[in-house]
Design a protein around this ligand. Structure first.
Ligand SMILES: Nc1ncnc2c1ncn2[C@@H]1O[C@H](COP(=O)(O)OP(=O)(O)OP(=O)(O)O)[C@@H](O)[C@H]1O
Length: 270
């Protein structure tokens, strides 16, 4: 990735992964490659779903994209800033200012109430979230009346909804979500996807891992990962097509063979 200036329109792309490689080895000993030359651009107002078999590297990709893991080779850029050479303090600032992350295991603070969890980044010096905005985010995920409840007193699905409310409350430029509907029933999943839909329509960018073709179908495009490589991509819209693509991944040659069909994304039925 070349050095880009603020005047460069490329710097306006919220998230870019350029030939990203990752392994879980140590400094002394390289591990097996979990991500192998992943390149992906996520323009503003676009919604990308990542799918693939268990162990394909989906969560690792999301963690690298958020700077929670430092890539071994390649580059990650958020809002034109190259994460790969940043110190931890800068990474924390960048994540706080630009990203709402929904973790697979929610990552709620058990000592804090729902409301405090929803306002967490604000409490730690990040973007200001008013109490009203946090209450509204909780209400949007169906948790009206839970402001003073603690995570330990909630079901997995309710905790997941707090995590989603937290990611949306600050209206971050980018939302990264790892299985955001994993603990939700079909109805709640649909409601959360409606909120994501509103977010992208207002210009936010979403990168989301999911196993569910119905959830992936709500995205503009679906990228299929296998053995740490992008094997295919297709537009969102049709759960059957996505499920078929997932089932036939082994038959698809490699990542050079497709062009992620973002341009047509807005035409896809939801
Ligand atoms: N902390 C870790 N240390 C070592 N290896 C890891 C670590 N985390 C993940 N891996 C390995 O990296 C590979 C990719 O894992 P990752 O969790 O990214 O896959 P995934 O596609 O998200 O899987 P799933 O759908 O099951 O969540 C797997 O082989 C996994 O065992």
């Amino acid at each position: 990735m070349q050095h880009r200036t603020a005047k460069d329109p490329y710097a306006q792309i919220p998230l870019i992964l350029d030939k990203v490689c990752y392994d879980y080895g140590t400094r002394q000993k390289q591990g097996t490659r979990v991500l192998d030359e992943i390149s992906l651009e996520c323009p503003a107002g676009t919604w990308t779903a990542i799918m693939g078999p268990s162990g394909a590297g989906k969560s690792t990709l999301l963690y690298c994209a958020a700077g929670l893991l430092q890539v071994r080779q390649g580059r990650v850029a958020i809002a034109g800033e190259d994460l790969t050479r940043m110190k931890e303090r800068e990474l924390t600032r960048l994540r706080r200012d630009h990203i709402g992350f929904v973790f697979q295991d929610y990552n709620l603070v058990n000592a804090f109430t729902c409301l405090q969890n929803t306002m967490l980044s604000s409490l730690f010096g990040g973007r200001k979230i008013s109490t009203q905005a946090a209450l509204s985010a909780l209400s949007n995920v169906g948790l009206e009346g839970y402001a003073n409840t603690y995570p330990a007193d909630m079901s997995g699905g309710q905790q997941q909804r707090v995590a989603i409310a937290r990611s949306l409350a600050a209206s971050p430029e980018i939302i990264m979500a790892d299985e955001p509907t994993g603990a939700l029933d079909t109805h709640s999943s649909r409601e959360v996807m409606d909120l994501f839909d509103l977010a992208v329509r207002s210009g936010q960018t979403i990168l989301m891992v999911t196993h569910d073709p119905n959830v992936a179908a709500r995205a503009h495009r679906v990228v299929f990962l296998q053995d740490g490589r992008i094997q295919a991509a297709c537009p969102g819209g049709n759960p059957q097509t996505i499920a078929q693509q997932l089932a036939s991944m082994d038959a698809v040659p490699d990542q050079e063979a497709f062009s992620p069909p973002l341009a047509a994304a807005s035409d896809q039925p939801r």
